[in-house]
Write a protein that binds this ligand. Sequence first.
Ligand SMILES: Nc1ncnc2c1ncn2[C@@H]1O[C@H](COP(=O)(O)OP(=O)(O)OP(=O)(O)O)[C@@H](O)[C@H]1O
Ligand SMILES: [Mg+2]
Length: 263
Amino acid sequence: MVEAIADTNRQSEERGGNEPLVRVEGLRKVFGSGPSERVVLGGVNLDVARGEWVAIVGASGAGKSTFLQLVAALDTPTSGRVYFASRALHSLGEEQRAEFRRRSVGFVWQRHHLLADFTAAENVAAPLLLDGVSRREALAEAGDLLEQVGLGGRAGQRAAELSGGERQRVAIARALVNRPELLLADEPTGELDEQNAEAVFRLMGHLHESRRLTTILATHNAALAQRTHRVLVLERGSLTPVAGAGGAGHQAGAVEAGGKERG
Ligand SMILES: Nc1ncnc2c1ncn2[C@@H]1O[C@H](COP(=O)(O)OP(=O)(O)OP(=O)(O)O)[C@@H](O)[C@H]1O
Ligand SMILES: [Mg+2]
């Protein structure tokens, strides 16, 4: 599967890499039934180009987390499709989906979900250990990533002893340790004060560039969202572009990208 994705990527790069990394087609998600039915996503279309950084804003309950979880194959849609590098996620078996989540996607949550009694390095190394990498190699790689997120000196610190901003940096390092192409971040700055939110956002911009990521960020923070390439608002089950938004990516060290929303 990973080899298949790598092949697809290579072929796409040989063709000029014009195909989007993520394509969402007619995505619907309905919770409940009868009088309690709630249409959270009412047929959403979106293309995200390789190297693009997209922000999704929307009120609480609009469906941002639902959307990201569908893109991460953590949940299945009521109808509609998600493609990753032209591969339809719905066509993957359970094992392949798990592999896709483990290898191709990094996920950062609003709450860091770190293991409190484990060190920063052990938390970051965890996905590699699950993937069968030796402990020595995994911890070395984790140390490298902790350097990149500015926590080189805290590798041996227990997660419980880190500040909120530091924990979120560790969570970002953990999301990237398997070298995914796609980073999905669900309110990663939601629980941080302004200064730490700014620092974490800048770090994301830096990693987006240096690791050549494609990033989808869900956030309530309109000011931060404006500094990505493109802002979309999720409202009443539809995803629509915010007029004149985005394109200020230079503030976060972002790259030019050519993705377009499709509906
Ligand atoms: N498993 C579920 N069963 C039923 N309803 C759900 C489920 N998951 C989410 N919902 C509903 O779907 C809607 C969208 O939820 P979601 O968490 O995606 O919103 P959000 O935009 O991420 O909100 P927030 O900004 O508060 O994080 C909400 O009304 C929520 O109650
Ligand atoms: Mg949410």
